[in-house]
Design a protein around this ligand. Sequence first.
Ligand code: FMN
Length: 261
Amino acid sequence: MRLRRGSGRLQMPVHNRWFIQVAIAPRPAYALRSPVVVTRPPNLRYQCTTAMDTVISQQSPDKIQVLLHRQYHTPDTLSPSTVSPSPLDQFRTWFTEAVQDGTVHEPEAMSLSTATPSGIPSARMVLFKQLDSRGFVFFTNYTSRKSQELLANPHAALVFYWREVHRSIRVLGTVEKINRHESEEYYKSRPVSSRLGAWASRQSTVVGEGEVHARLERLEERFGVHDGDQDNDIPVPDFWGGWRVVPRCVPFSISVYAKMD
Ligand SMILES: Cc1cc2nc3c(=O)[nH]c(=O)nc-3n(C[C@H](O)[C@H](O)[C@H](O)COP(=O)(O)O)c2cc1C
């Protein structure tokens, strides 16, 4: 796809009816290259604004269009010479920096994409819990939709987005279940409420009003859990455990202003 320079903006013809607008940048300023692409029909005029916050058009009450997004940049540089040859080492560096930065909210939150064998995708947030030379581990219910899809089609993708430090990381790979012992070890490190939660949550199913609460009460009785318990020998549910995403490719990105001329 070739970029064409329009009057104060760049346009990429995508197909007959739609454009993707990359950015507007009166020369010789800078245009935001990577994080913002706005799709809109070509018959609407792009409003030039200097506002720094997200701009939503008010053209009709039933439609949201994000016209401009808060622009930001980072003094970071990213090039083959500044990254580690090992993606796992590079991830360790960035993840440690994100945690230590203190401004990144839930650096361990990542989106997980899965797909059915016929390629119908779905995505949701999960929490990154472990990394070693084998890959990235998260924990979940093995009967959930994500697990069913991973059992039928082992391809998966993760995305971390750390807006506060303008960094994102994708992990593309295949999955394997971690062994029972590893799941048990992690499960024991969880607070009692989370251990009960793993039993109570029937993921990917519709729950009735008060159902989870009632289930939790029954589980507390079953496992002899009392208010304020810090420890309890609740066993690991056999329908719960970890998945490891074994990376095939790990792209790292930063958000920068790209000088357009
Ligand atoms: C920030 C965040 C973190 C989450 N972490 C997990 C997780 O680690 N494991 C999990 O099973 N679900 C987690 N969830 C819930 C999932 O996003 C999802 O709703 C649930 O797992 C059911 O997904 P599925 O029906 O696609 O299997 C998290 C949700 C949020 C918003």
